[in-house]
Design a protein around this ligand. Sequence first.
Ligand SMILES: NC(=O)c1ccc[n+]([C@@H]2O[C@H](COP(=O)([O-])OP(=O)(O)OC[C@H]3O[C@@H](n4cnc5c(N)ncnc54)[C@H](O)[C@@H]3O)[C@@H](O)[C@H]2O)c1
Length: 271
Amino acid sequence: MDNKVAIVTGAGRGIGLGIANKLAKELDMNIVIVDVDEVSMADAVNQIKSIGKEAIAVKCDVSKAADVQSMVAKAFEFGEVDLVVNNAGITRDSMLLKMSEADYDLVLNINLKGIFFICQAVCGRWVSAAKKLAEAAAPAPAGPDAKEVKMEPSFYPKKRIVNISSIVAKGGNIGQANYTASKAGVIAMTKTIAKEMARYNINANCIQPGFIKTPMTDKMPEKVIAKFVAEIPLQRMGLPEDIAGAVKFLSSKDSDYVTGITIEVAGGLNM
Ligand SMILES: NC(=O)c1ccc[n+]([C@@H]2O[C@H](COP(=O)([O-])OP(=O)(O)OC[C@H]3O[C@@H](n4cnc5c(N)ncnc54)[C@H](O)[C@@H]3O)[C@@H](O)[C@H]2O)c1
């Protein structure tokens, strides 16, 4: 098998599943399906295999550091991880004055801390591998004062992170103090990771989906959906494939010189 591997979190259904399918079909990647729902993960793995690519399911709650460590270890055993798409996310909506601390913490822990855990674990491995490559190419001077061998970023193999934020991070959204805070945090953290990791040729970018038809939005009342759609210049909800298209760009050679940005995929919706 071609060994290029993408880790996609929350890939059991919805946007994550759409992303996994597109990366397998159009970028020829093997996929590590990460989710907490074993039934949907098994179905996702079958979908990827039916395309002719390899896939494994790794059950992992992204908000748990130990789960993430073990998931990342399995992914690196599976093949050469070139890409991580941090897509897993949840909502627990209520108005500020009613929001519980538990719902605040849960959303922040999954949507934001989960991305921190995964980026730290994956970048740690990418950077160690990069340092070994540099030392092999130009052996470091020995001794206690020896400094790290520094190479131009382009010396290292390109690695990529794509984080899924939300359009509501721009202007806020009623009932989503926890969610909007988490999604704005994702953008700021991605920009920092992009700056810190650029020297190792690791790109980090964000996508801000608008209003996308998935099980997450299917649970909203029809009236609320109609109200949102009326605000969208392109006059329809987005589909998981719409988001997957932007992920594909940020996962391909075409975006080698793109890092630290966010792409809005929202049908013109401007919160
Ligand atoms: N649907 C939208 O309109 C919309 C808009 C903007 C941003 N987003 C973001 O896109 C991402 C995907 O959304 P979706 O609509 O496909 O949601 P979804 O609820 O349909 O799917 C999310 C998936 O993540 C998994 N998941 C939940 N908690 C997890 C955890 N702790 N660890 C691992 N996996 C976990 C779920 O099991 C599920 O398979 C989320 O980050 C969401 O915030 C969605």
